[in-house]
Design a protein around this ligand. Structure first.
Ligand SMILES: [Zn+2]
Length: 116
Protein backbone atom coordinates (compact mmCIF):
# COMPACT_ATOMS: atom_id res chain seq x y z
CA UNK A 1 0.00 0.00 0.00
CA UNK A 2 1.87 3.05 -1.20
CA UNK A 3 -1.16 5.11 -2.13
CA UNK A 4 -0.76 8.50 -0.45
CA UNK A 5 -3.56 9.66 1.73
CA UNK A 6 -5.10 13.01 0.85
CA UNK A 7 -4.84 14.11 4.43
CA UNK A 8 -3.12 12.47 7.30
CA UNK A 9 -6.20 12.75 9.47
CA UNK A 10 -8.47 11.29 6.86
CA UNK A 11 -10.15 8.21 8.27
CA UNK A 12 -9.95 5.10 6.19
CA UNK A 13 -12.34 2.25 5.76
CA UNK A 14 -11.43 -0.73 7.88
CA UNK A 15 -12.71 -3.04 5.16
CA UNK A 16 -10.89 -1.75 2.08
CA UNK A 17 -8.49 0.90 3.37
CA UNK A 18 -9.88 3.63 1.13
CA UNK A 19 -10.27 7.13 2.59
CA UNK A 20 -13.74 7.93 3.80
CA UNK A 21 -15.53 10.71 5.59
CA UNK A 22 -17.86 10.06 8.46
CA UNK A 23 -21.11 11.93 8.05
CA UNK A 24 -23.92 12.15 10.54
CA UNK A 25 -27.31 11.38 9.12
CA UNK A 26 -30.47 13.18 10.06
CA UNK A 27 -31.25 10.23 12.29
CA UNK A 28 -27.97 10.80 14.11
CA UNK A 29 -26.29 7.70 12.75
CA UNK A 30 -22.75 7.70 11.43
CA UNK A 31 -22.48 7.02 7.74
CA UNK A 32 -19.24 6.55 5.81
CA UNK A 33 -19.14 8.48 2.55
CA UNK A 34 -16.65 8.57 -0.24
CA UNK A 35 -14.65 11.78 0.27
CA UNK A 36 -15.26 13.23 -3.19
CA UNK A 37 -18.58 14.61 -4.41
CA UNK A 38 -20.26 12.16 -6.76
CA UNK A 39 -23.09 13.17 -9.04
CA UNK A 40 -24.35 9.59 -8.90
CA UNK A 41 -24.35 9.63 -5.12
CA UNK A 42 -27.54 9.00 -3.25
CA UNK A 43 -26.98 11.36 -0.34
CA UNK A 44 -26.48 15.10 0.07
CA UNK A 45 -23.74 16.07 2.45
CA UNK A 46 -21.96 19.16 3.63
CA UNK A 47 -19.57 20.17 6.34
CA UNK A 48 -21.29 22.23 8.97
CA UNK A 49 -19.87 25.19 10.85
CA UNK A 50 -18.38 22.91 13.47
CA UNK A 51 -16.58 20.81 10.91
CA UNK A 52 -18.92 17.86 11.15
CA UNK A 53 -20.25 16.26 8.01
CA UNK A 54 -24.01 16.15 7.76
CA UNK A 55 -25.75 13.88 5.32
CA UNK A 56 -29.27 13.14 4.27
CA UNK A 57 -30.68 10.79 1.73
CA UNK A 58 -31.57 12.28 -1.63
CA UNK A 59 -34.57 9.99 -1.85
CA UNK A 60 -35.94 11.42 1.39
CA UNK A 61 -36.16 15.00 0.16
CA UNK A 62 -38.16 16.55 -2.61
CA UNK A 63 -37.03 18.98 -5.25
CA UNK A 64 -38.50 21.95 -3.43
CA UNK A 65 -36.79 21.11 -0.17
CA UNK A 66 -34.45 23.96 0.67
CA UNK A 67 -30.86 22.86 0.42
CA UNK A 68 -27.85 23.95 2.28
CA UNK A 69 -25.71 26.02 -0.13
CA UNK A 70 -22.74 23.74 0.49
CA UNK A 71 -24.60 20.49 0.00
CA UNK A 72 -23.22 18.24 -2.68
CA UNK A 73 -24.18 14.75 -3.72
CA UNK A 74 -21.97 12.08 -2.25
CA UNK A 75 -21.75 8.36 -2.65
CA UNK A 76 -22.19 6.24 0.46
CA UNK A 77 -18.97 4.34 0.83
CA UNK A 78 -20.83 1.08 1.33
CA UNK A 79 -21.95 1.30 -2.30
CA UNK A 80 -18.40 1.17 -3.60
CA UNK A 81 -16.56 -0.62 -0.81
CA UNK A 82 -14.66 -3.65 -1.99
CA UNK A 83 -13.35 -5.37 1.09
CA UNK A 84 -9.90 -6.79 0.85
CA UNK A 85 -9.67 -10.52 1.33
CA UNK A 86 -9.31 -11.25 4.98
CA UNK A 87 -5.89 -12.55 6.00
CA UNK A 88 -5.66 -16.12 7.10
CA UNK A 89 -6.93 -16.36 10.66
CA UNK A 90 -4.09 -16.50 13.09
CA UNK A 91 -4.24 -19.19 15.75
CA UNK A 92 -5.47 -17.70 18.96
CA UNK A 93 -2.97 -17.96 21.80
CA UNK A 94 -4.18 -19.88 24.79
CA UNK A 95 -6.78 -21.75 22.80
CA UNK A 96 -4.55 -24.22 21.06
CA UNK A 97 -6.19 -27.09 19.29
CA UNK A 98 -5.82 -30.44 21.00
CA UNK A 99 -2.62 -32.11 19.96
CA UNK A 100 -3.08 -34.44 17.09
CA UNK A 101 -1.70 -37.92 17.49
CA UNK A 102 1.74 -38.29 16.09
CA UNK A 103 2.00 -40.37 12.98
CA UNK A 104 3.25 -43.83 13.64
CA UNK A 105 2.10 -43.81 17.25
CA UNK A 106 -0.87 -46.01 16.65
CA UNK A 107 -1.19 -48.54 19.39
CA UNK A 108 -1.28 -51.97 17.93
CA UNK A 109 -3.23 -54.67 19.62
CA UNK A 110 -1.05 -56.80 21.78
CA UNK A 111 -0.17 -59.99 20.10
CA UNK A 112 1.53 -62.82 21.75
CA UNK A 113 4.73 -63.69 20.11
CA UNK A 114 4.30 -67.19 18.78
CA UNK A 115 6.56 -69.63 20.47
CA UNK A 116 8.71 -71.66 18.29
ZN1 LIG B 1 -14.42 0.25 2.27
Amino acid sequence: MTKPRPHRHTPTCSECGEPIIWAITQAGAKQPLNPRPDLDGSVLAYKDALGAWRSRSLSAISDDTPRHPLERPYMPHAATCTPRPAPAPAPKPGRAAPPSPLPGSNVRPFRRRPRG
